[in-house]
Design a protein around this ligand. Structure first.
Ligand SMILES: Nc1nc2c(c(=O)[nH]1)N[C@H]1C(S)=C(S)[C@@H](COP(=O)(O)O)O[C@H]1N2
Ligand SMILES: [Mo]
Length: 378
């Protein structure tokens, strides 16, 4: 997609009466972030890149994305309603859900906006660099069993998942809600999860119950579930039609964002400079390590470049813990003194490799260009 400079009116997910970003002349791209982006970044934090050392991200290091507020929910009074085009509507307490068949699955979740702040020009929204990804072990009950028990009628084409959090986006008052096709909703791995890493969900991660859609970008995994509704027409809510699209400009509908694309990240080696986070590494052998993932696909190859992407060498692949979780990789580097730019790129089971340059899109979605790590070898 061609680069274009967004007008000030383009920012904030399609424009809003709360627009306050910039001076009205357009988005400057000298690298400075707006107050609104910093405000979002404090609420929605990313993983520490050194946290990639853990195959399962400790809960407190898992990235977070909350569009509105964390809702106030009394789990004793909370019920999950399953309705719409079903023959047997259900209303379940958390205990009733916990008595259903139990599954635990390690899932790598990544925000669709990961990498957004590296684009030029930069779409103004949650300003992720590369850190909006983590892996957790989710425990819950398969959604399919519940849909079968409710008996979804033939006229239904989608299942709609509505969260209890409310807010305004693009001037629309809304509860956060997204749909899946019946086929996607019925997949074995889709869970209604009430535990993360062996503990009840923390409030910010969706307590008491959230959807987990392995392989999809994070927006599909609706938190704080309120209702599940079988519907006769595709859902056209804000989070389907106006956000999470690969759009060329504000009014381009584009294609919907769905599955996670292939990506690898590296644990920055050595020690960081406090302000710039440039790495300082001792000359000699250095083992570079990290994780790679490709949504629903396998990772077939990981390559490392220690010269800013001119030449690439294959890394060693580690074990996978689940078909939906990242896998480790490592590479032995002979570090010689000087300034270096380290890069890593992965290839998925269909042969698609991460791009070195990112193609731009209006909302900054689905970016997976190769990570660059500045290193000074001493
Ligand atoms: N109800 C609700 N569900 C939501 C969101 C939200 O704001 N509200 N954010 C989504 C997005 S964009 C992402 S990336 C994931 C993040 O999940 P986490 O905060 O548990 O990491 O939750 C998704 N589910
Ligand atoms: Mo996200």
């Amino acid at each position: 997609m061609a680069k274009r400079v967004p007008k000030a009116a383009d920012v904030h997910d399609g424009g809003s009466r709360f627009r306050t970003v910039g001076d009205g002349s357009g988005i400057d791209n000298d690298g400075r972030f707006y107050r609104e982006e910093i405000q979002l970044a404090f609420r929605n934090r990313g993983i520490f890149l050194e946290g990639l050392r853990y195959p399962i991200t400790p809960t407190g290091m898992h990235y977070l994305l909350v569009h509105f507020d964390v809702p106030d929910i009394d789990a004793n009074r909370w019920r999950l309603a399953v309705g719409g085009l079903v023959s047997r509507p259900l209303r379940m307490t958390l205990d009733e859900i916990k008595r259903r068949p139990v599954e635990t699955l390690a899932v790598t979740m990544e925000c669709a906006g990961n990498g957004r702040a590296l684009l030029n020009p930069r779409p103004v929204s949650q300003p992720w660099l590369v850190e909006a990804v983590s892996t957790a072990e989710w425990t819950g009950t398969p959604l399919r069993g519940i849909l079968e028990e409710a008996s979804v009628r033939d006229e239904a084409v989608e299942i709609l998942f509505t969260g209890l959090d409310r807010g305004v986006q693009g001037d629309e008052v809304q509860q956060y809600e997204r749909s899946l096709s019946i086929e996607e909703a019925m997949r074995d791995e889709v869970l209604l999860a009430y535990e993360m890493n062996g503990q009840p969900l923390q409030p910010q991660h969706g307590y008491p119950l959230r959807l987990i859609v392995p392989g999809w970008y994070g927006m599909a995994s609706v938190k704080w579930l309120d209702t599940i509704t079988a519907i006769a027409e595709p859902f056209h809510g804000y989070q389907m039609d106006r956000s999470y699209r690969y759009s060329a400009e504000a009014d381009d509908p584009g294609e919907p964002v769905s599955l996670i694309k292939v990506r690898a990240l590296m644990i920055p080696p050595g020690i960081p400079d406090f302000l710039t986070r440039t790495r300082v590494v001792q000359a000699g052998p250095v083992v570079l390590m990290g994780r790679a993932w490709a949504g629903r696909l396998e990772v077939s190859k990981v390559e490392v470049s220690t010269d800013g992407g001119s030449t690439w060498s294959e890394a060693r692949l580690g074990e996978t813990t689940s078909p939906f979780a990242w896998r480790g990789w490592s590479y032995e580097w002979q570090a010689r003194p000087g300034r270096r730019v380290l890069c890593v790129r992965a290839t998925d089971g269909k042969g698609t490799t991460q791009p070195v340059d990112q193609s731009w899109n209006f909302h900054g979605m689905g970016n997976n260009m190769v990570q660059r790590v500045d290193v000074v070898v001493e």
